[in-house]
Design a protein around this ligand. Structure first.
Ligand code: MSP
Length: 522
């Protein structure tokens, strides 16, 4: 059985986590939970990136040391995970001694093989990005990300011969479809690679920066923060000899947003190639969340705290919204309005209503006792909800396997809406009025309950809490931390006749938009 290793970027500890960080972590969690459902063994890594100028500057502002500052912010990122129901296998910090050792080993290996050289360099440098820029990359003479003018600096530094591997990388990307996905980001990298690749400056003199990993071959320099950070993906698995590395590395998929495709799509595969390490399997690139149509920024004041949203609207609605609203790869817009609309229409109206109608009718018409379907009637009246369930599972599996979460969720919701329509057309309240249509009613309700069971299994990666709530109500819940595999979900007819169910709780309370006059976010 093939194993699967998912990672998020390791987040900078210069500011507390926001909506964007929460999204990537939840997306990787959804992918991991889905893979588990398909029977794969998974490992899921996230963590914090703690060296470099950015952290020093943030710590200085707070009158504290970089390490103390990193400890404090890293804790916020760690504490966020359980609050998001993200089940990571490991949390790495680049200040961990074990990580530092691996960075040193990789540097030594590449240095020994002759791919790192010492040279003097004069260039324009953005302190915000912590990297040199080419004139042609600037917008009106300013850094495209920070909008500030980069400074001219001249120093002697160590360089990594990336240019040597340019043709190899182009060939690797072209011969490995899906290496960078969605394909528009692969095209972006390939078009960038049409220009000659510059060698990468991988050191910073200690006269300028000391908060980093000292180069193993020159104690006057620290390692460039990206060269240190990218190595986290293998150091966390205990490279080179760790069992986890042997077991999981070949099934690696990195989740990142479009802001960091260059380090992941160019530096990282070349670093691996130069160090003689197998190239990772793939990169999943998603777009950016804007808030009220603008990029999140402190100056606009729209940096959105995921914990605040969860406090107001609940965790599962938040996870659902993120997966449903963003087409993986494209940008999406967050406003409280859009969130509330999704909660009211998709959750309260579609899923919440279906759950409540099916359970209430079972309670009302059969004192809560689940009945059985009558095969003859089911066939004659074309009442089976099984064929549509199989089609849903197929569409869902296809989309989730290629990380198109919005489509996976969309397939499930199509089924939910199909079942709500089925209730409207079969009119169980009419069937309940006459003794001779009771077997039809039993068949209808059994199909609805089975359909609901399938839905409860499929929403597990996206809304684990709600999945369990529905399964509890149907008395089919598994032991804690267990879940239904996709194969189990597909077997129709698992709910047992005679099972007693209770009056349903409200899954998702409707948000009264008339009464709610004030929004807090965005
Ligand atoms: N430390 C580097 C990553 C090193 S990985 C070896 C870094 N850190 S970061 O804190 O800036 O995180 C960037 C990542 O956070 C993005 O790639 C994305 O995963 C997430 N996001 C940050 N802002 C985001 C949005 N506005 N929208 C969606 N995701 C965003 O870069």
């Amino acid at each position: 059985m093939k194993t699967q290793y998912f990672t998020t970027p390791i987040y900078y500890v210069n500011a507390k986590p926001h909506l964007g960080h929460a999204y990537t972590s939840i997306a990787a969690d959804v992918a991991t939970r889905f893979r588990k459902m398909t029977g794969q063994e998974t490992y899921f890594l996230t963590g914090t990136d703690e060296h470099g100028d950015k952290i020093v500057q943030a710590a200085e502002k707070q009158n504290t040391s970089p390490k103390e500052y990193a400890d404090k912010i890293s804790r916020l990122f760690q504490d966020l995970l359980p609050a998001l129901d993200v089940e990571n296998s490991n949390f790495i910090r680049t200040t961990d001694p074990a990580h530092i050792k691996v960075v040193e080993a990789v540097l030594t290996k590449i240095h020994d093989s002759g791919d790192i050289y010492f040279s003097s360099y004069e260039g324009i440098y953005c302190f915000g990005c912590e990297r040199f820029y080419q004139e042609r990359e600037l917008v009106d003479g300013k850094c495209p990300d920070h909008g500030t003018a980069p400074q001219k600096i001249k120093e002697s530094n160590y360089f990594f011969k990336m240019s040597k591997y340019q043709d190899w990388l182009i060939d690797h990307i072209k011969t490995h479809p899906g290496f960078i996905s969605p394909v528009k980001y692969e095209n972006e990298i390939l078009s960038f690679l049409k220009e000659p690749l510059e060698d990468l400056c991988i050191s910073r003199p200690k006269t300028r920066l000391t908060w980093g990993i000292t180069l193993p071959f020159d104690k006057d320099y620290v390692t460039y923060v990206w060269f240190d950070a990218l190595v986290n993906y293998i150091s966390a698995l205990g490279y080179p000899d760790g069992d986890l590395f042997k077991k999981f590395w070949s099934g690696t998929r990195h989740f990142v947003a479009k802001d960091i495709i260059k380090p992941h799509g160019i530096y990282w595969p070349i670093m691996l190639k130069a160090a003689g390490i197998e190239i990772y399997n793939g990169l999943n690139v998603h777009g950016f969340w804007n808030v009220k149509g603008s990029k999140m920024s402190k100056s606009i004041g729209n940096v959105t705290d995921p914990l605040e949203i969860i406090k107001e609207y609940g965790l599962d609605p938040f996870r659902y919204f993120l997966m449903r609203e963003m087409a993986f790869g494209l940008d999406a817009n967050f406003t409280e309005d859009i969130l509330v609309t999704r909660i009211n229409s998709d959750l309260a109206n579609d899923l919440g209503n279906l759950f409540s109608r099916v359970l209430s009718m079972t309670v009302r018409y059969f004192k809560g006792e689940i009945q059985e379907a009558h095969p003859g009637i089911e066939k004659d009246k074309n009442l089976s909800l099984a064929p549509e369930a199989s089609k849903t599972i197929e569409d869902y599996k296809k989309a989730m396997t290629i990380y198109e979460f919005h489509k996976g969720v969309g397939a499930v919701w199509q089924y939910i809406r199909f079942m709500n329509k089925y209730i409207d057309t079969t009119e169980p309240w009419v069937l309940a009025k006459h003794e001779d249509t009771l077997p039809v009613l039993e068949t209808v309700l059994y199909n609805l309950i089975e359909g609901l069971r399938v839905v409860s299994c499929l929403i597990y990666p996206i809304m684990p809490g709600t999945s369990v709530k529905i399964q509890k109500a149907l008395a089919i819940v598994k032991k804690e931390n267990e879940f239904y595999s996709l194969e189990e979900a597909s077997v129709w007819g698992q709910v047992k006749k005679g099972t007693l169910i209770q009056s349903p709780e409200i899954l998702f309370p409707r948000i009264d938009t008339k009464r709610k006059t004030e929004y807090h976010f965005g």
